[in-house]
Design a protein around this ligand. Structure first.
Ligand code: MN
Length: 727
């Protein structure tokens, strides 16, 4: 069993100021809490947190991470409340332990279905401190190292998850050493036959290959010396089994055809010497043209930097060479974990170590807004960088549902099934009832409540986010409006037809009515009735086609209703329309200007969609005035007559590009008790910032308060309200 003291020694080497007493307390607490628990291997459970802490110390992460490693399974496996961890070890440790506990729940929840990519993204999305992931990787590494003690079924599942979820995360974070070990271990348990076969064939060549490596190293060292190239280290290695295996599979070749089972790594003193070393190597051996890669000039997206080349050796055997500086090497092996190594010694001293932060900064778009030392902010930015648009939620059974950011329980319901969306009456997030317009958060478990008699409301259109939900709701609304329109069309037509002694019933029964439908561009009687109901077709016009020729004159003499009268009748509209909340069936707020309560408005009778309510400031208003016969008086329902409804209003801000801009704007809006539904930031060509903010506004006065608050934010140059079509 690993000695606790040796962990402390490792921590102290890299973090001389580490709180040794806290480490010791964490160790004792862990021992006490896990007392009596046994691992599958038969050993005391304590071995696991100790080994995890040791891996973390070897990764040179900070003492907080090591303490977290010692405590990471306590909340989940014992009945210790998180508050106890916080009381004993502080907020930071408690926060990390909490993150790890959440991840372990995630694993259970998604066991029913393998959705590797979603789980991976979700895991990254729900963690707000990258150290949680680093500790998790250490945890997984130790579990993989001791996987043989589990039953074969479980072994395979965990190994597969490691390969699908954790190895790619390690890769993304640039931790190639951890990734390599995770992959080789997973390979062993997933494809044991292939693994041992390959291992054996590599072993049988090992002696020969190692001798070969030895020769190459000797030659290289001599050449570098002759040419005055400063090289810190030359190392030769056999390639990892999993990477050989992938190559065999990908290229459908046998192991004898894999041309570089061996690889050489040259660590130099400077970038200049990297290229110098490359020159010497290419002079001595013939390079394979397509295999040269300059990852120094153009780093990989995980900030890996190195020169790669493959050359044909003296005996005709090719081998791969990687050339990089010490610093690049550190980042190549440890990736983001390398960041913590420098964290403490760094203050005040501007050494080459600062360069280690360059890659970190580059990972981050809004670099000025991120303090390098703040790993939480870093994680936020990383997430924005990786998955800005998505949010991941669970069904109660643990299925992961991926939705766009800003999605609501309605979107969730439609994502599960159309019928669930249609019948949705409410929702619970993590067991608590939330409004239907609630913005889903990563990791929410959403339970949709339904009722067989429920149906979508027009109001939903104002806040659903997904095209799927939007289309389904629109379709439903159109259908139900159509049903209403058919009924109204019938009534209007009958009333008008009575005057000419025509009976709709008979006309329908004889097929006469349907026969003339094509003249109106529709196929069926119902369509024509709907058209009358919507006010698209005047009943008199239809009657004229149905009357015997000798009676048409009668019709001309009788005075018919105007379009406006027909539509008003069809929609049951009064002379003056009261615009209620947001669920009027035949009255809707025009998308071009998106008017809100308190604004001057006008109603415009459309063909077929009811009454559009526009703001008088709408850019379309003048062209509406051209048809006065279609205008109808509208007014807002008094606020106390119903629930005040909030409307989404979108404002575009032009701002200076300065650090903290987004935070300040957010605060200004939230500061006056206003919900923000969406916020997007970008830079325009002139280097100014553009922020598009959608918030929930009750009325004009409220909007004025919000704009005043925004104008008072330092660096806001200009702002403008947008119609929702503009977004
Ligand atoms: Mn564990």
């Amino acid at each position: 069993m690993i000695r606790f003291d040796s962990i402390v020694e490792k921590v102290k080497q890299n973090h001389p100021n580490a709180d040794e007493e806290m480490l010791r307390r964490a160790y004792l607490f862990s021992a006490q809490q896990h007392r009596g628990q046994i691992r599958k291997s038969g050993e005391p459970y304590l071995i696991h947190p100790l080994e995890v802490a040791n891996i973390i110390a070897e990764l040179k992460l900070d003492p907080i991470c090591v303490v977290t490693g010692l405590l990471h399974d306590i909340v989940e496996d014992t009945n210790t409340p998180l508050a106890e961890i916080e009381r004993l070890f502080g907020l930071d440790v408690a926060h990390l332990v909490d993150g790890l506990t959440k991840i372990s729940k995630l694993k259970q929840a998604s066991a029913e279905e393998r959705q590797a990519l979603s789980i991976r993204k979700m895991l990254l999305a729900m963690v707000d401190d990258v150290r949680v992931i680093l500790v998790k990787l250490a945890d997984r590494l130790h579990n993989m190292r001791t996987l043989e003690h589990l039953m074969s079924e479980k072994r395979k599942r965990i190994a597969q998850e490691t390969l699908d979820v954790y190895a790619p995360i390690a890769h993304r974070l640039g931790m190639s050493k951890v990734r390599g070990e995770l992959e080789d271990l997973a390979f062993k348990y997933i494809e044991p036959e292939e693994y041992y076969k390959l291992k054996e064939s590599v072993e049988s060549r090992r002696e020969r290959l190692e001798a070969y490596l030895g020769e190459i190293k000797k030659r290289l060292t001599e050449m570098f010396e002759t040419n005055g190239i400063k090289v810190v280290h030359v190392e030769g290695r056999l390639k990892r089994l999993y990477s050989i295996y992938q190559k065999l599979k990908r290229q459908h070749i046998a192991i004898d055809q894999v041309y570089d089972l061996v690889a050489v790594r040259v660590i130099t003193d400077s970038i200049k010497d990297c290229y110098a070393a490359l020159g010497v190597i290419h002079t001595a051996w013939k390079p394979i043209p397509s295999r040269f890669k300059d990852w120094i000039a153009i780093p990989r997206e995980n900030f890996y930097q190195s020169l790669h080349t493959s050359v044909v050796g003296d005996n005709g055997h090719p081998f791969e060479v990687q050339i990089r500086t010490e610093e690049m090497h550190l980042i190549a092996e440890q990736g983001i974990a390398a960041h913590w190594k420098y964290k403490e010694g760094r203050r005040g001293t501007h050494t080459a170590e600062d360069e280690a932060f360059v890659w970190l900064k580059r990972l981050v778009d809004w670099q000025q807004e991120v303090k390098e030392s703040d790993s939480r902010e870093f994680m936020d930015t990383l997430k924005l960088d990786l998955y800005p648009q998505e949010v991941y939620c669970f069904t109660p059974k643990g299925k992961v549902i991926e939705l766009p950011r800003g999605a609501t329980p309605i979107d969730f319901a439609f994502a599960i099934h159309t019928q669930v969306g249609m019948a949705c009456t409410g929702a619970k997030a993590n067991g608590r009832i939330v409004p239907l317009r609630y913005n889903l958060r990563n990791g929410d478990v959403i339970e949709v409540m339904t009722s067989p008699n429920a149906h979508p409301s027009r109001d939903w259109m104002n806040f659903v986010k997904t095209a799927r939900a939007r289309n389904k709701i629109r379709h439903y609304l159109a259908e139900s409006e159509r049903a209403t329109a058919i009924e109204l069309g019938k009534k209007i037509f009958e009333k008008e037809a009575e005057k000419f002694k025509l009976s709709l019933k008979k006309l329908l029964a004889s097929g006469e009515f349907e026969q003339i439908a094509p003249e109106y561009g529709v196929a069926r009687a119902d369509d024509l009735l709907a058209s009358i109901g919507y006010g698209k077709t005047l009943p008199r016009n239809v009657i004229a086609k149905l009357l015997p020729p000798d009676r048409v004159k009668e019709l001309e003499e009788a005075k018919g209703p105007t379009f406006k009268q027909v539509v008003k009748k069809a929609f049951g509209l009064q002379d003056r329309i009261v615009v209620k909340g947001t669920d009027d069936i035949m009255v809707y707020r025009a998308r071009c200007c998106n008017p809100i309560r308190g604004e001057q408005i006008l109603g415009y009778i459309t063909r077929g969609k009811g009454v559009a309510v526009h703001s008088t400031r709408c850019s379309n208003a003048p062209s509406l005035m051209v048809n006065p016969e279609r205008l109808i008086e509208v007014e807002w329902q008094k606020a106390d007559e119903g629930h005040p409804s909030a409307y989404p209003v979108t404002i575009r801000l032009v701002t200076e590009d300065r650090p903290g801009m987004v935070a300040d704007v957010t605060q200004a809006i939230a500061g006056i008790g206003t919900n923000i539904r969406d916020i997007r930031a970008s830079l325009d060509n002139d280097g100014r910032g553009q922020l598009i903010v959608t918030s929930e506004i009750f009325d004009l006065k409220h909007l004025e308060r919000v704009t005043a608050a925004l104008k008072s934010v330092k660096g806001v140059i200009d702002l403008e309200r947008l119609g929702s079509d503009a977004i």
